[in-house]
Design a protein around this ligand. Structure first.
Ligand code: FE2
Length: 158
């Protein structure tokens, strides 16, 4: 039996990487739902600006969710797809009943930080496996999110 997957990567290491990607997927799903909540519940004089910005963010998260899930499939494994699994596998903070602008933006920057830290960890596994596809996906995510963190931190005056 071949020790390589159908795309020619080590099978055991691919399985470990897919598990880590499923953890990332779970965190994104929780983050996505937090963003929907912020988009809905935000109040105050900056409502129009933030309501729209949060929509941009959840649309971006939704795209990334699909990219991660399809990467898991490309590696030859099954993406997690139930809320129960997502809750069990995520450690990103859950936003609930947040309507104040600074609290909302702080939650976003902290959540993105959690995601970026996890992505850097998974990047190490992808590099050890020489899995160029996952490396590219993660480096793209990290670069984009680091910029988003900078912009939202600037908004906060940090
Ligand atoms: Fe909406």
């Amino acid at each position: 039996m071949s020790k390589l997957t159908r795309i020619g990567l080590d099978k055991t290491q691919s399985e470990k990487l897919a598990k880590e990607l499923n953890k990332l997927l779970s965190n994104y799903e929780i983050f996505y739902q937090s963003l929907r909540g912020l988009h809905w519940n935000i109040k105050g004089s900056q409502f129009f600006e933030l309501h729209e910005k949060f929509e941009e963010l959840y649309n971006d998260a939704q795209e990334k969710i699909d990219i991660i899930a399809e990467r898991v499939l490309t590696l030859g494994f099954t993406p997690l797809h139930t809320f129960q699994d997502y809750i069990e596998n995520a450690n990103v903070e859950v936003g609930k009943n947040i309507s104040e602008a600074k609290t909302a933006v702080t939650l976003i920057t902290e959540s993105l930080k959690t995601l970026v830290i996890l992505e850097r960890e998974i990047l190490e596994s992808a590099q050890a496996l020489e899995d160029e596809g996952t490396i590219t996906m993660l480096t793209d995510f990290i670069t984009q999110q680091e910029k988003t963190i900078w912009m939202y931190s600037s908004w906060l005056g940090n």
